[in-house]
Design a protein. Structure first.
Length: 184
């Protein structure tokens, strides 16, 4: 198949190295190939995005690369599939991270530990170096819903239901009038 990828002037043979039902999977595959330095583009991405029910009819979202790098691209996508099946988000040893660096003292913080053992700083603090050692919570802690909140919610739901019933009754009345006018 002779086509030019978007943004390329020279026509070369592009082959399909993967096909995906979901746009996010195809985008992930495209990103992985481009991160490896392999030229790639997506075919049918917008079409399937507009009407996913036709995805099978057009052959899904196709990831295409030039024929000369197709084997390397298939290898990268095979690693992605293996990682996906294994439930492992890492694609190689270079991607594994055992520790993060504290922004205040430069010490190491184990991944998943929000507070630096050396100085007490946390990524959750408002600013590096604020010195209090307390973890700043961006989101509010879970609080039970109050009866007042439930009451407000029920009022809103009741109002919406009343409006829906009135609209449907009004439409029924209008339809009945139109039918009676048509019969007379």
């Amino acid at each position: 198949m002779e086509t030019a990828a978007p943004g390329q002037a020279k026509a070369e043979e592009w082959v399909t190295v993967g096909a995906y039902a979901n746009g996010w999977e195809a985008d992930l595959a495209l990103g992985l190939l481009q991160a490896e330095g392999l030229p790639a583009h997506l075919e049918n991405r917008e079409f399937v995005g507009m009407d996913w029910t036709l995805a099978a009819a057009v052959g899904w979202i196709k990831v295409q690369t030039p024929a000369d790098v197709a084997e390397a691209a298939r290898s990268v996508l095979a690693r992605m599939e293996q990682s996906s099946r294994a439930g492992d988000l890492h694609l190689g040893e270079a991607d594994l991270v055992d520790a993060e660096q504290c922004l205040r003292c430069g010490g190491t913080m184990p991944v998943g530990d929000p507070v630096c053992d050396a100085c007490g700083w946390s990524y959750g603090n408002e600013e590096p170096g604020d010195g209090d050692g307390q973890v700043f919570r961006v989101t509010e802690p879970d609080r039970p819903i109050t009866s007042r909140q439930v009451g407000e919610w029920l009022k809103w739901v009741s109002f919406c239901l009343v409006v829906a019933v009135l609209v449907s009754l009004g439409l029924g009345w209008v339809m009945a009038k139109l039918i009676s006018l048509g019969q007379s």
